[in-house]
Ligand binder design. Structure first.
Ligand code: CA
Length: 229
């Protein structure tokens, strides 16, 4: 049974209660706050294992909260699932750029929410056991245990999802993966697939990899692959 502490940041009471009810039912301990200011304070004080962050908040909005958390070494490691309104695609892109680890679009089903949460914790557990070995490919070093990517020994700052996609593709160079396979590969099978989110991640990933971004190849009509050696 899960007992991890999750911080939920949401100013709409009915949505907050819905999230809280479903996570509590799963065995998580939930702390709920309604403003960005309270979110920052609570995150620093209680070090939750996960933050579910609505972007539309009074005062400091969710994007800014995420940015502040990810720039503070005390809170940077806490995974963030952002909650966005339908149609606010620019928010999703910005959110992923400022370090959010995943997102969920309103209105969402409780099952999708709990699947995303479980998926984040599963990844974290995998990292903790250190079962994944460091991977060296061309000038890129991927260190799953430490969640670290180096290019020519210089660290690259990736979001969790970008990191997982890079690691997923680089494990089998030349192998073409569909967007569907990529989403499943990094998240687990019970989550809802959004192909478009993979494209957003790949764009961000290539940009951050700089010259090494060319190794992430688009295979037209199929998906993506890490360039074969
Ligand atoms: Ca809101």
């Amino acid at each position: 049974m899960a007992h991890e502490n999750i911080l939920v940041v949401e100013d709409e009471e009915d949505i907050l209660q819905l999230i809280k009810y479903n996570l509590t039912k799963e065995g998580y301990r939930v702390t709920a706050v309604g403003t960005g200011e309270a979110a920052l304070k609570t995150a620093r004080q209680t070090h939750p294992k996960l933050i579910i962050l609505d972007l539309m908040l009074p005062g400091i909005d969710g994007l800014e909260v995420c940015q502040i958390l990810k720039h503070d070494s005390a809170t940077a490691q806490i995974p963030v699932i952002m909650v966005t309104a339908k149609g606010e695609d620019s928010d999703i892109v910005t959110g992923l750029e400022v370090g959010a680890d995943d997102y969920i679009v309103k209105p969402f089903s409780p099952r999708v929410l709990t699947a995303r949460v479980r998926s984040i914790f599963r990844r974290k557990a995998k990292e903790k056991t250190g079962e994944l070995e460091p991977l060296k490919i061309r000038e890129i070093t991927i260190n799953p245990g430490r969640h670290e990517v180096l290019i020519k020994d210089k660290p690259v700052d990736l979001t969790l999802t970008e990191f997982l996609i890079l690691h997923f593709l680089a494990r089998r160079p030349g192998w073409v993966y569909s967007r569907y396979e990529i989403v499943n590969g990094v998240r687990g099978e019970e989550t809802i697939v959004t192909d478009r989110s993979v494209d957003v991640q790949i764009v961000g990933l290539r940009k951050k990899l700089g010259a090494a971004g060319k190794y992430i190849e688009t295979v037209r009509g199929v998906g993506y692959r890490f360039k074969d050696l």
